[in-house]
Design a protein around this ligand. Sequence first.
Ligand SMILES: O=P(O)(O)OC[C@H]1O[C@](O)(COP(=O)(O)O)[C@@H](O)[C@@H]1O
Ligand SMILES: [Mg+2]
Ligand SMILES: [Mg+2]
Length: 339
Amino acid sequence: MTETITLGQFIIRQQADFPFAKGELSRLLRDIGIAAKIVNREVSKAGLIDILGDAGGVNIQGEHQQKLDIYADRQFISALKSGGECCIVASEENEGIIRLDTDVSKNAKYIVTIDPLDGSSNIDVNVPVGTIFSIYRRKTTEGRPQLEDVLQKGTEQVAAGYIIYGSSTMLVYTTGKGVNGFTLDPSIGEFCLSHPNMQIPESGFIYSINEGNYVHFPQGVKDYIKYCQIEDPATKRPYSSRYIGSMVADVHSNLIKGGIFIYPVTASAPSGKLRLLYECNPMAFLIEQAGGRATNGDERILDLEITELHQRSPIFIGSKNMVEKAESFNLLNQVLQKN
Ligand SMILES: O=P(O)(O)OC[C@H]1O[C@](O)(COP(=O)(O)O)[C@@H](O)[C@@H]1O
Ligand SMILES: [Mg+2]
Ligand SMILES: [Mg+2]
């Protein structure tokens, strides 16, 4: 009989790797797991309850907010507040930072950045969506936590992960010691270890990019797409094109099968579309921990300086050999080239 290891049990076991740990990070990951279950409960019956569709407002990203964006945002913030291990939340859905100044959490040492609902355009059509999170340690020691505690490079992440609400619901995370995946078993209401020590294949044969924007891509990106489409059995080309339109789902698929996910600069998104704090950094930390690579076409995503809360970046992420191959093409348009 295979041993069932729940997320809670696994986190406690992992704590042993951190001799000075007091359990704060473990409890914070627990809180994220709780909010994930609550959001999953609504996502899994979305058509039956009034949670589909547009909420009527536009968020700081300039995107129409979906009802589920707002619901998920509230659930994660409330779970982090009740848990008391997080002093600031920065969310893709909120213009400014959210200080959790409760008696319990004001002395908390962790910062959470979150994309509460990733793949919003897929909510109403029953295609997998997700949640992406990242955890940093507070830097400032005096007074109230500050914006600078949030604007930290990806290399400073203590932990990162995502939840994918798909045919099954999974939570995949890293604390810098490899990547592990847990599947929610609804019959016991627990995330159980199902994908230990996940490794992305070094090479893959799948590329994920929204080719609908092709005409607006830098020449190098167009050339790389052509490279993927050339007939060459020796290198198993042409590669397959797979694009789900939810970053979590596209990256999760490539993590398991091998492949590259690309969201480059485009005419309408000259700095890229995806957000460094909420999407690029957490996914880059995870994929690097699984043996893959993540760049903006020129620099390692995790080394990028962060100056703004909702800063965007182009991203090329996935199997190491595929990202390195892509980087051999001039992926950034001239405007972005470093002097
Ligand atoms: O429709 P496009 O332009 O291809 O964009 C799809 C991308 O936008 C996103 O939906 C943006 O994330 P949000 O849904 O959290 O805003 C990504 O998940 C996805 O990879
Ligand atoms: Mg997103
Ligand atoms: Mg989102």
